[in-house]
Design a protein around this ligand. Sequence first.
Ligand code: ARG
Length: 298
Amino acid sequence: MKKVISKVSELDFNLSDLKPMPAPRKVLLVKPTHFDVEYIINPHMKGNIGDIDKMAALDEWEHLKNAYEELGLETHVLDGVRGFPDMVFCANQSLPFIDANGNKKVLMSVMHANERKGEVPHIQKVYEESSYEVFHLDEEKFDDFEGMGDALWHYKRGLIWGGYGFRSSEEVYALISDIYDVPVIKLELLNESFYHLDTCLCILDEKTALIYPKAFNKDGLDLIHALFENVIEASKYEAEELFACNATSPDGKNVFIQQGCTDVNQNLRDHGFKVHEFSTSEYLKSGGSVFCMKMMLW
Ligand code: ARG
């Protein structure tokens, strides 16, 4: 089985040979205590320095936290740390995994921007306290990798979709495939507004994905269509302004998404999903929304 795949012609496995992973039931959240826009590291942050309504941000975050709990998931809250205004986006600092024997592992990120590098040790502590085996990248060889901002688990298929181009190096995926012994489908990202894979691909269940097609090249789109039976496409407005593809489905049935994604939401309902809309207006100013404000853990 070829481990890192970048073209449909390289797919040399049957979907039925892939082993699903147990669904994670814990949600790590970082309280937005020190959340703000203090620097510009993606195009969405431009013009928004110092413009966060702190009370609204807390309110939006709490609604999301409550919603995970309503679905029966266990939330684990970490306090924000002064000096790290983006730490609330806790999808980015790590990539956790559980193997067939229930051993938990995690690969810690190497953040692309200097401003975010110091977040990683704070998140690492959570894993150490939950008996994960912690792996690190050799920073001499890999200058960036931003965890589940770019490496998305397709749990039901036991494979990873890996984005590269803006925040993560293409080369890192061979190593990830080795450490976790899973195939990685590599996708090049083309558009700076969609700088993380989680801004343009949302894996909803085994067979369904929500995408912004113009963020990918032809090889990438062909791979997405080869591995998902249902591909829902977001418009430029809903994807770029409302971060529709940064939605999340914690259980493959319910979808949490930024409010106002009218067309995507209709499409999701037509595919049998239950849609729950949330305001993440303050986080959109920083280039993030629902998906990147949490990390699913075992
Ligand atoms: N301001 C943050 C950054 O640019 C936002 C991160 C959002 N995370 C995500 N996975 N899309 O790093």
